[in-house]
Ligand binder design. Structure first.
Ligand SMILES: N[C@@H](CCC(=O)N[C@@H](CS)C(=O)NCC(=O)O)C(=O)O
Length: 196
């Protein structure tokens, strides 16, 4: 059975959601970053970590891609054009949504206080709005998912970043993204992961 290490307020939530969507059983260790249970499997102290047959895998995107490929769900087949488009969208969301929110978090509460530059947040919020304008033309016209009828890990990643944006008070400026988030948060697997 899989073991997911990391509390639900972190990127570990993506992995829990993914496992719920795939219908795979797992054990959840609700440990915060840098907890001894985390450091034991990832010396950097970062979460999430997925332990598979005693072997730790770090980094949420690597974990999600591993699970998608292993269980043939939430991803197009490797080596297809659809998969290339899926990976490109995933990278866009990672670079232009996740990384801006993470930088804001670092300068709010992650870095030692003397290294925080709180003024950076206004610039990041402006960039976050540009990111939304970059993404919109890349979203399928017909939906409901980013790539049309097929849900992929890019959808989980984006929805998680939208939830994170709301918590961090980063405005979501387009109704399509609000609607997309509402549709994703309505999924039973989301509710099950949230209850983990
Ligand atoms: N690239 C990694 C980033 C992991 C990461 O930075 N996780 C945060 C929580 S969401 C963390 O553990 N931070 C603690 C730290 O940076 O010391 C991923 O996507 O999983």
């Amino acid at each position: 059975m899989y073991k997911v290490i990391g509390n639900t307020q972190t990127r570990a939530f993506r992995v829990l959601w993914m496992l719920e969507e795939l219908g795979q059983p797992y054990e959840h260790v609700n440990a915060p970053p840098r907890d001894p249970a985390v450091v034991a499997v990832n010396p950097a102290g970062k979460v999430p970590v997925l332990v598979v047959d005693g072997v730790p895998i770090t980094d949420s995107l690597a974990i999600m891609t591993y699970l998608a490929d292993r269980h043939a769900g939430l991803a197009f087949a490797p080596g297809t054009i659809d998969r290339a488009h899926q990976d490109a969208l995933t990278q866009l969301v990672h670079e232009e949504f996740d990384q801006l929110l993470w930088m804001a978090a670092r300068h709010s509460f992650v870095l030692p206080e003397e290294h925080r530059v709180p003024a950076i947040k206004d610039s990041l919020k402006w960039e976050f709005e540009q990111s939304q304008h970059h993404l919109l033309p890349r979203m399928s016209e017909t939906g409901p998912f980013l790539m049309g009828a097929t849900m992929t890990i890019a959808d989980i990643l984006l929805a998680h970043c939208l939830r994170w944006a709301v918590a961090a008070k980063f405005p979501i400026v387009d109704d399509r993204l609000h609607d997309f988030g509402a549709m994703m948060f309505d999924r039973p697997a989301y509710a099950r992961a949230a209850a983990a």
